[in-house]
Design a binder for this molecule. Structure first.
Ligand code: FMN
Length: 214
């Protein structure tokens, strides 16, 4: 092990904002939507941001932040470039994780499940609702691919702005993914690191719900 290059500044904070003595929802999606609503109401920063974890063909995990854009009965939807690193990885291995952290409520929700592309009509609708600049960006950016310099990207932006002076069609390589979780964990921070954690595991006729140790 080498020397420290800096000291970390994580003062010890206690978690005191809530508790989860028992869970009332038999359905984890309803539970999640309640906590998501709470995060909005409490003005948590970026409540729809989550860490998407994917795994490469040789087992290397990678993670990045994305936005949840739809919350459906069967899962959560994000939009991205299908040819990006995450897109290539999930083509080969559709097992993913999603992690939400709402600092202002001292809560995290972990999900694990399978990812699939959404119906193109849903991607069309969402793409049409985006600002023009983001639509042009979806054409201009070959997400995750190496480029020589910033000018290359700017030139591509100019090219597509001229190519699409009016309505910008959705690029075929850009669209939504649905994550269908089969496992959830709801975590509420508690004093003395004695946090509350409840898991929902999909079984044949519903969800097995159980508490785990902090
Ligand atoms: C707050 C925040 C929100 C983001 N939302 C998205 C998103 O919804 N879709 C997306 O493709 N990238 C989003 N990004 C960028 C991703 O973190 C990432 O850089 C990009 O998707 C490329 O990832 P990949 O190379 O692993 O495919 C977001 C980044 C941040 C910091």
């Amino acid at each position: 092990m080498g020397d420290h290059i800096d000291k970390t500044r994580n003062e010890r904070t206690d978690f005191t904002k809530g508790n989860l003595d028992q869970v009332k929802h038999p359905d984890p999606f309803l539970f999640f939507s309640e906590w998501y609503r709470d995060a909005h109401e409490k003005n948590c920063a970026d409540p729809h941001a989550f860490v998407l974890g994917t795994v490469s063909a040789d087992g290397q995990p990678s993670s990045r932040i994305v936005y949840m854009r739809e919350l459906l009965e069967e899962g959560i939807v994000l939009y991205t470039n299908y040819l990006s690193r995450k897109g290539e990885q999930t083509d080969l291995n559709p097992k993913v994780s999603a992690l939400f952290y709402w600092d202002c409520l001292e809560r995290q929700v972990r999900m694990e499940g399978m990812i699939e592309k959404v119906d193109p009509a849903l991607s069309d609708d969402y793409f049409a609702s985006r600002p023009r600049m983001s639509q042009i960006g979806a054409w201009a950016s070959e997400q995750s691919k190496e480029i020589p310099d910033r000018a290359t990207l700017d030139e591509r932006v100019t090219y597509f702005e001229e190519k699409f002076p009016g309505v910008v069609p959705r690029p075929p390589h850009w669209g939504g993914y649905l994550i269908r979780p089969h496992y959830f964990e709801f975590w509420q921070g508690r004093l003395g690191r004695l946090h509350d954690r409840f898991c929902y595991e999909k079984i044949a006729d519903g969800w097995r719900i159980y508490r785990i140790s902090p």
